[in-house]
Write a protein that binds this ligand. Structure first.
Ligand code: FAD
Ligand code: 2HG
Ligand code: ZN
Length: 482
């Protein structure tokens, strides 16, 4: 097998002379963004890290228009960058600098087609916002569990394409576990209708799972059948402080043993992460007195039983008595719960305000996390003694956002140098612990070279072969993942 032949090529040719006319005939004025100023929100990402240029921004209103756009792009050899809410953190939805790529933005495909409470499913188009799906589920007396800080602006298509995780994955799994069927427009414009709402379907390979997490490199997801779950009726929330990360890992194990499925979230943040939020997000205040090396936001929920507060209080009381944790605040009211979550949800914004974050979105076996962190801290400090580590994340999934914050005025060449140095230290250590360098945000362009470095060669080559089979002309999101 010659892996060089499988190497996708990014295309930099000028736009095809017929492309504009063809797309205009399909989409009309309302579905095309041509003006440079009107295009600008589509050309860079939420973090403001990636910037590109596009020949056109296409905004199809439905699957048929998407198919026609893809056919035109296929026939004119035009590369396509699919874009949802543009909240991704790996540069996956930003075009390159050539100006030859078309952005296919899904924002107008925003209908919830069907809600089926008996089958516990809902069919949403790709551009529906995650918050709208959660609301539609609630209106049907059901629950859609995926929950991200960006849910007011990210889309179902983007969630599927990145296999998003978030704060509820601990209990309900990632997006991969929440989609039963997909509708996808293939790179040549054919429509694959896999919108099946089945819990059991062993009729051959599961193409849905190849599309989920493929970050726009294999096709355009236009709609999905999503699973609905029973609505939680009661919740109990607490903020916990501990001197050591290892103590939080033990607390997590105790909560799992004693509360089982009721454990709905276990989010961690270091003292430095909390201080960053307190300094940069107005209206926030520390939930506990004194200093604690690490903090956790813990939530139990249940569909019917009451008594969750008492159960949480009992487990956390025992942990306090045993000296496992150094402070506990149980939420007494809805407003307090919201304040706790505002602290957690504010970390991304606080990093943007405070500087330039080098993001490490890593996962490890949970049993290795407490060993990994001090080793990584020490290795980074050896390299840069004044390094600012912003370590937080979904401890219940072993997923850390082990970020490093550079001052806002760091010149771009120095940033690039630091990125390579810090990546090497952190990712080499992740590799030693058999973790992943890309847990939930996707590879995009940020981790493309890192993926190649750490992915086993056979696995990487198989991925390339799938890419080659589905997108032989390498027109789908070139330069991302591969
Ligand atoms: P985009 O950013 O538009 O695109 C992301 C990728 O998906 C790109 O590669 C794009 O080409 C591809 N894509 C988009 N739509 C389609 C489609 N219809 N078909 C094929 N490919 C497509 N992520 C988490 O996992 N967990 C979190 O807890 C989390 N919290 C966040 C908090 C904040 C404040 C922010 C800003 C982001 C957070 N994210 C989180 C990251 C981001 O919101 C998710 O990755 C989200 O799933 C991206 O959705 P989007 O619609 O914005 O996709
Ligand atoms: C979160 O968990 C998101 O809040 C964003 O995944 C992480 O800002 C980040 O690095
Ligand atoms: Zn996250």
């Amino acid at each position: 097998m010659n892996s060089v032949l499988l190497e996708p090529r990014a295309r930099t040719a000028a736009p095809h002379p017929d492309l504009h006319r063809r797309l205009h005939a399909i989409l009309g004025d309302e579905g095309l963004v041509q003006d440079a100023q009107a295009q600008s929100p589509y050309l860079s990402d939420w973090l403001g890290k990636w910037h590109g240029r596009a020949s056109l921004v296409a905004r199809p209103a439905d699957t048929a228009q998407t198919a026609a756009v893809m056919r035109a792009c296929h026939e004119t050899h035009t590369p396509v960058v699919t874009q949802g809410g543009n909240t991704g953190m790996s540069g996956g939805a930003t075009p390159d600098a050539s100006g030859a790529q078309v952005i296919l933005n899904t924002g107008r495909m925003n209908r919830i087609r069907v809600v089926d409470p008996l089958n516990n499913t809902l069919v949403a188009e790709a551009g529906v916002l995650l918050a709208q799906v959660r609301q539609a589920a609630q209106d049907a007396n059901r629950f859609f569990p995926l929950s991200l800080g960006s849910e007011g602006s990210c889309t179902i298509g983007g969630n599927l394409a990145t296999n998003a995780g978030g704060i509820a994955a601990l209990r309900y799994g990632n997006m991969r576990e929440l989609a039963l069927g997909l509708e996808v427009v293939l790179p040549d414009g054919r429509i694959w209708n896999g919108l099946r709402g089945l819990r059991k379907d062993n009729s051959g390979f599961d193409l849905r799972q190849i599309m989920i997490g493929s970050e726009g490199t294999l096709g355009v997801i236009t709609a999905a059948v999503l699973k609905l779950l029973p609505r939680p009726r009661s919740t109990a929330t607490a903020w916990v402080g501990a001197d050591r990360l290892g103590s939080l890992v033990k607390l997590l194990a105790a909560l799992r043993e004693r509360c089982g499925e009721r454990l709905a979230a276990f989010e961690m943040m270091s003292e430095a992460s909390l201080s960053l939020v307190l300094a940069h997000v107005p209206g926030t205040r520390a939930p506990l007195a004194g200093r604690h090396g690490f903090h956790a936001l813990v939530e139990l929920s249940d569909t019917c039983a009451s008594g969750l507060d008492a159960q949480l209080e009992e487990v956390l009381g025992d942990a306090l008595q045993a000296g496992l944790v150094s402070g506990v605040a149980l939420s007494a009211a809805h407003a307090q719960t919201r304040d706790f979550w505002n602290l957690r949800d504010g970390i991304s914004q606080a990093q943007v305000r405070a500087g330039w974050a080098i993001k490490h979105d890593i996962s490890l076996p949970i049993s290795a996390v407490a060993d990994f962190v001090p080793r990584a801290d020490e290795a980074l400090r050896r390299l840069a003694p004044d390094v600012r580590i912003v370590n937080f994340g979904h401890l219940g999934d072993g997923n850390l956002h082990y970020n490093v914050l550079l001052p806002p005025d760091t010149p771009s060449a120095a940033r690039d140098g630091r990125l390579v140095e810090f990546n090497r230290v952190v990712h080499d250590l992740v590799d030693q612990y058999e973790g992943s360098i890309s847990a939930e945000h996707g590879v995009g362009q940020l981790r493309r070279d890192e993926l190649r470095r750490y992915k086993p060669a056979v696995e990487y080559e198989l991925m390339m072969r799938i890419k080659q089979a589905l997108d032989p002309n390498h027109l789908m999101n070139p330069g991302k993942i591969f």
